[in-house]
Design a protein around this ligand. Structure first.
Ligand SMILES: [Zn+2]
Ligand SMILES: [Zn+2]
Length: 256
């Protein structure tokens, strides 16, 4: 089944996504030009480091694209509700559709979202049942990329040998220090923000495991497998796939 693209019409959200893309572009094109590629060409760093940087960057933008354009969890028009689960469903007065109780109506998106966590302007989309795993990936890969960038900025300033074949007339050479400082500042902001967000999200998911009664108790791996839609841990890190819900019962699902 081909995943449908989901776009929210919200100029404020487009502005926020544009800003995030700007930071990504800066770090993906300028940092390699300023630090990685010149030092690789002079043999100061191995090619694997350059490759790792581009892989982290590609995974970061892939998670951003998928989290922004994935359906966060629309309601089914005519859902099949087992008799035993009727008490866990209610009617949304705005959509006029039956929804599981942890759903919320998002005024920005204009519809209900199953297990809605929040509406995130930075991805211009809701974070709900079907794209929460992509949002976690985005937080994770943004931390990886920004930490990588910070380490490179630090090494360029304090550790790497000076470059011998620099063109003094080039824009990046003349403004190297200012560009490095801007990169370090964006890296710090992104790393700090994303780390605290990622920590809050993970503790929110994992704390459910301790709140459930003994009969419904699940280990932390199960909680993450349920959010990511697969028990294969390697797939938790891959943004190019679709999520398959692991269990049908609404009231047993983890709180996001
Ligand atoms: Zn609704
Ligand atoms: Zn929304």
């Amino acid at each position: 089944m081909r995943p449908r693209l989901h776009f929210v019409v919200d100029p404020m959200g487009w502005l926020c996504v544009g800003l995030v893309c700007g930071v990504w572009l800066y770090n993906t094109f300028l940092v390699p030009q300023l630090v990685l590629l010149p030092h690789y060409q002079e043999g100061h760093i191995p090619w694997a480091m350059v490759a790792c940087y581009y892989v982290a960057s590609a995974l970061c933008v892939a998670a951003l694209f998928r989290a922004s354009t994935a359906d966060p969890g629309h309601l089914a028009v005519d859902p099949h509700i087992p008799h035993s689960e009727r008490e866990h469903w209610e009617l949304c007065s705005k959509c006029n559709l039956m929804r599981p109780k942890r759903s919320h109506h998002c005024s920005r998106c204009g519809h209900c979202v199953r297990r809605m966590d929040h509406h995130c302007p930075w991805i211009n989309n809701c974070v709900g049942e079907d794209n929460h795993w992509l949002f976690l990936q985005l937080c994770f890969y943004t931390q990886v990329l920004s930490l990588f960038t910070l380490v490179l900025d630090f090494c360029q300033y304090y550790y790497f040998q000076p470059l011998t074949s620099l063109n003094q007339e080039e824009f990046t050479t003349r403004h190297e220090l200012a560009l490095l400082r801007l990169s370090a500042l964006s890296g710090l902001v992104m790393f700090g923000g994303m780390s605290s967000l990622f920590y809050t999200q993970m503790t929110g998911i994992l704390s459910v495991s301790t709140k459930l009664s003994d009969r419904h108790h699940r280990p932390w791996q199960w909680m993450l497998a349920e959010v990511c839609g697969t028990r294969w841990k390697l797939l938790w890190f891959i943004p190019f796939r679709s999520r398959q819900p692991l269990q049908a019962s609404q009231h047993l699902r983890t709180h996001v």
